[in-house]
Structures are given as C-alpha cells and as structure tokens.
Design a protein around this ligand. Sequence first.
Ligand code: ZN
Length: 211
Amino acid sequence: MIVRGGVFGPVATNTYVVADRRGGSALVVDPAAGSAAWVEDTLARLEATPVAVFDTHGHWDHVVENHVWAERGLPVWVSAGDADWLEAPAPFNPALFGFPPPTPGVTPARLLADGESIACGDLTLTLLATPGHSPGCMVAHDPESGQALVGDLVFAQGIGRTDFPRSDHGDMVRSLERVFHDLPGETLIHPGHGEWGVPLREAERWARMFM
Ligand SMILES: [Zn+2]
C-alpha cells in the first residue's frame, strides 16, 4: 500500500491518499479543510484513479471536504455510527475552528461495519470498529503491507480525546486494547493528527499513559 500524507486545516488534520500501486487505484482518506488541491496533485503524481473517499470517523475536521469529491462522483464511505454527521458537517466548538462557513453535506454511499473489508484496486483493507473518540471510529488495516489507517484512535504519542459529544472513554480503552492485541506491533500506523508511519508498539507505550 502506497501512503501519501499531508496536514491541513485549523487543527492540523492528516489527509491521506492511499493507492494499491503507481498507476492504480486510490482512496482519499479524511479530506480535511484545504486539502483538495494537494489530493489532486498527489493523485496525479501517482497516476492513480480515485475510487472512493474513506472517512475514518465523522468529525468535522476529517470530513469537511467530502463534498468536493462527492460532486466529482466519488462514493463516500463511513461507519454507520457517525453517518449522520456527514449530512450536515459542523464543528462542536466553532470558535476553535475560526467559525467556518456551513459545509455542504453528503449522503454516504456505503455504511461500513466491523469485520468488513474495503477494496481499492489490488488492496483489501480489513475494518475494525473502534468506538470511543466517536461512536463510528474505524481502523483500516492492510495486513499485506503491515500498515493501518487509525484515525483519531491512537497517535504517535497519545490517544484521541474522549471529552466530545458522543465520546466514551470506556469504549476507547476497549478499542485500544483490541487494536494492540489484534494488530502486529510492527504495523506502521497513519493517524488523523501528528506524525505518521510510526510502529504501533511505539505508539502503544505512549497510549497506555492515557488509558
Ligand atoms: Zn476526531
């Protein structure tokens, strides 16, 4: 799995383009505010054809440019638990984001569930439902290349916040334990904020301080 990352928007959100190979198929992951031109450029450099948008979860900073891609005909995929947030994206704390103008919503084309997989050309990513930071957080794991898109579940040196509406710290701890148990420690993780390409076992050491 080829992974390209960029950092965008008022809270430094990571947007990714992942592709099965150069000249192959790609997913747009978490299209953050102001990411569209970079995504286009990255797709062009990889000579990749986008097949879908995958939102790791439904928080505003990760979904705000879904509409850019939906308008170009790409389906948007998200967990059922966060699907309603995509219909009318809005930040919980508008002041933190500089009172952004309303964003057009999208209707998800597919509602993802635990244990399902998503395909992108020759890539097959296995989905783990990891509620806690939000009810619909998803981890997408590529066992073949040993990489995982982990959203705001776990960062290089911390974990996602659980003081938001619909967050649940107990769920978060259970989700973290599950991922640390089920995924190999050498898996390279690509989180929703901060450094990416970090081994899961290094992130786990930090995460345990917050669990
Ligand atoms: Zn979030």
